[in-house]
Design a protein around this ligand. Structure first.
Ligand code: ARG
Length: 461
């Protein structure tokens, strides 16, 4: 058992207690951040003449060696240490002797762990942004290829009005774009450095917190040392942003699953992203989309767990906060994995354009446009609504579409109809006349596509 304390204790820690308390099994993934943070701390200590240049060099050399050996697999991070901080410090002392014992001058594990977690999360926020960008690129490609692919738009899962596949995909573009913006917002708020806060009340050493913050790429030091060791809001914000990403992915997955069903056949998921059944030879199941939908619960769970863990914690650091790590690590792995897999699945999905268009034609999705036709010929909208309602009833009885009625049949219900009704309610007209900002008409859609493209080009991340 390697632990960093013990002077005031008269008994060995009970094994069960030790294991319950230890965090090495999960905080081992912070080894790099822990070492980088220590390096910045030591450089600052030397600059402030708290350590000699010689001590600094020795410590830096020792830390560099530990990092190298962990990465090559030569040095194993084992359960023999209480946490990643003890692991690094004990190994440093083993390697360089007494100088290693000075590493922790002016520092507590409370500000150290706060720093490690912030450094780790900061990178993961960027990685998640990158993955979302890949997804947005795929969505944009599908949009560009499908400004003329007609499909039914639904409300209440009932066919409502014709739209295009580009338009449907464009809705997801907006959602995932906002998700990315949420990540960059929270990055701006979280990128301040807790190091130097000590256990809770700063230290009496003349630390230069600005200097450490800058070395580590932070905008500056956190301004209250109690807050610096106790703040986990940034994790809650990240979990909330990830929950929203998962919610969007889950809705999208649900649609892909429905569209891939035998009844819809709007899409066919690529073999590489489908799985078979052990008993039913004909099956090709959308397991990836289902898993993405299912895993959403885990990420929401992590958000609720951390909110609940934090709600009763008095200032400043309390051990409860160690619970943040497993939750956040799992949520990050899950969200990143889901975004990446979903992107691959979407990139390879085959859209059955014929089926989509047929479905839009046979579902009275042009009924609103038939009513608008009457309105354009002087019929008040409420009356037009009633007339088209009767047309629909007539078609349902005869099992035909509005487009299949003869002009005589139209005229029998309202004499206002003329031969140009067919043109007015064709799917192409219905879609392409919708030209207000954000509508599916080709020209409106092309303007939006240009904005989407510009957004992706501006983003260098
Ligand atoms: N493993 C701890 C955590 O994750 C590190 C901080 C420990 N500090 C302490 N005073 N026990 O929060």
């Amino acid at each position: 058992m390697a632990q960093l304390w013990g002077g005031r204790f008269t008994k060995e820690t009970d094994q069960l207690v030790y294991r319950f308390n230890a965090s090495i099994s999960f905080d081992r993934r912070l080894y790099k951040q822990d070492i980088e943070g220590s390096m910045a701390h030591v450089r600052m200590l030397a600059k402030q003449n708290i350590l000699t240049e010689e001590e600094k060099d020795k410590i830096l050399e020792g830390l560099t060696g530990i990092l190298k050996d962990v990465e090559s697999g030569e040095l194993k991070i084992t359960d023999a240490y209480e946490d990643i901080h003890s692991f690094v410090e004990s190994n440093l002392i083993d390697r360089i002797g007494d100088a290693g014992k000075k590493l922790h001058t002016g520092r507590s594990r409370n500000d150290q762990v706060a720093l490690d977690m912030r450094l780790y999360t900061r990178d993961e926020v960027k990685k998640t942004e990158d993955l979302l960008k890949d997804l947005l690129k795929v969505i944009l490609r599908i949009m560009e290829e499908n400004t003329q692919t007609i499909m039914p738009g639904f409300t209440h899962m009932q066919k409502a009005q014709p739209i295009t596949l580009a338009h449907h995909m464009g809705a997801y573009f907006e959602m995932f774009k906002r998700d990315r913006l949420r990540l960059s917002d929270l990055y701006e708020r979280m990128n301040y450095c807790p190091l130097g806060a000590g256990a809770l009340a700063g230290t009496t050493y003349p630390l230069d917190r600005q200097y450490t913050a800058e070395q580590l790429g932070f905008y500056g030091p956190m301004l209250n040392s109690m807050d610096a060791v106790s703040d986990r809001d940034y994790l809650i914000e990240f979990l909330s942003a990830m929950s929203t990403i998962m919610m969007h992915l889950s809705r999208f997955s649900e649609e892909i699953i429905t569209w891939n069903s035998n009844e819809y056949q709007f899409v066919e998921i690529d073999d590489a992203y489908s799985t078979g059944s052990s008993i039913m030879p004909q099956k090709k199941n959308p397991d990836i989309a289902e898993l993405v939908r299912g895993k959403t619960g885990r990420v929401y769970g992590a958000l609720m767990s951390l909110l609940t863990t934090m709600k009763g914690i008095p200032l400043a650091y309390n051990k409860d906060m160690q619970e943040d790590k497993e939750l956040v690590f799992d949520a990050i792995d899950t969200t990143k994995g889901c975004v990446a897999l979903f992107t691959g699945m979407l990139d390879t999905v085959r859209f059955c354009r014929e089926r989509m268009e047929q479905s839009a034609r046979h579902g009275f999705t042009n009924a609103t446009d038939a009513a608008d036709y009457l309105v354009n010929h002087g019929v008040p909208f409420r009356d037009a609504h009633g007339i088209v309602g009767r047309l629909v009833l007539y078609c349902i009885e005869k099992n035909i579409a509005l487009d299949d009625m003869s002009l005589e049949e139209y005229k029998a219900i309202s004499p206002v109809f003329e031969a140009d009704i067919y043109e007015a309610i064709s799917m192409e007209t219905c879609v392409n006349k919708r030209l207000t900002v954000g509508a599916p008409g080709k020209e409106a859609m092309e303007k939006v596509i240009a904005v989407c493209k510009a957004y992706l080009n501006e983003q260098t991340v």
